[in-house]
Design a protein around this ligand. Sequence first.
Ligand SMILES: CC(C)(COP(=O)(O)OP(=O)(O)OC[C@H]1O[C@@H](n2cnc3c(N)ncnc32)[C@H](O)[C@@H]1OP(=O)(O)O)[C@@H](O)C(=O)NCCC(=O)NCCS
Length: 366
Amino acid sequence: MPPVPHPPLAADPSPRTERSTRRPPDGVTLRTMPVPADLGAPDAWLLHGQVDTVNAVHLDAWGTLDRSRTVNETLAMLRQQSYADKIRIVAVDDRLPGPAEDPARVVGHATLNLPRQGSTDLGRLGLGVRPSHRRRGIGSALHDTVLDVLRTHGRSRVATTSHQRSEPTGSEPAVAAGTGSGRVHADDPSVRFAQHRGWSLEQVARLSVVRWGARCPDRWVEQLAALRSRMATDAPTGGVTLQADVWDAARVRADEHVQAARGVEQLVTAVEHVPTGTLVAFTILTAPTHTPQYAHQSETLVLREHRGHRLGLLVKTVNLQRLAEVHPAVRRVGTWNAEENAPMLAINTTLGFRPAGGGATWQVHV
Ligand SMILES: CC(C)(COP(=O)(O)OP(=O)(O)OC[C@H]1O[C@@H](n2cnc3c(N)ncnc32)[C@H](O)[C@@H]1OP(=O)(O)O)[C@@H](O)C(=O)NCCC(=O)NCCS
């Protein structure tokens, strides 16, 4: 599976003695971005340019715009500052041809969130420069300015995230995380940039696939129970409001016994968030022995905090591949999909599921 690494990097913005704040190159100015009254306001062009820049950096890093931002959501998020101060600094190229207030002039951004509660000594930073404008000193100027802003706001630490599409193989030059788990490419420009500015690599988030059959390994049984408990509350059920339905290890084992007694084989694929050793997604296929040509796609769940990384598609795909290996006679796989559950419907359609009838859930209060 493709790892989805999010290495937070930490720096100590204590007063630096070795060098002063880098200035941007000639023709580029750094500006604090105002929060415009609306998207058509005269000063909103900076927000449009900032979002375009964030998305250009994202596209360059990931090759897709799957997790791109919109100006609407960004403005809505900036209006809510009860829990964090949100400071946005943009680098504007004054020498580009075109109108003075053209969003294309925004070529770099620093997004700084300063929590008002919890870790009030910390700042969270996002930093990016359009690929076309890199290696001219814009990133350094944004970086140094941000550290000055942090000090002004009494923050002593700052964390950020760099991205990579794959972890380095054993022979590639790599930097290891402080946790001892996870590595990043030593020659990646983001990694070099951070290292040359005194940041330390704290953690690399990595996901790995785990699979089992009729019996969940003891190691995972409590966590599978936790995931199954979330099914009642995290999946849409229309107006049939469900209370939390707690699963524990004993209930998982009891279910396994029932399935075995019914002659139903279960195939489970889950995703482990390696740094914390926790399961964050799972899916179950059931293959009844009395219907050798048919299997059923049963429960699937990705914990809310891990959505957006295509883990739902991943676990289902891996599990279907396994089904084909261990039950080659299966010709049809069925599932139910709530009409309003668009994310799951998109996954199923991508996998090749086609409508084959429906079921309607009814309710009456008695
Ligand atoms: C990291 C990033 C912000 C750097 O932006 P940038 O504008 O290229 O930054 P700079 O130009 O100031 O510095 C980049 C390198 O170019 C060098 N450089 C700067 N001006 C230069 C010039 N005129 N000629 C040659 N090299 C130059 C710098 O010394 C620096 O080298 P180093 O990283 O090895 O120390 C940019 O690559 C980016 O957006 N990456 C994706 C997002 C990201 O990773 N964010 C940061 C997470 S830590």
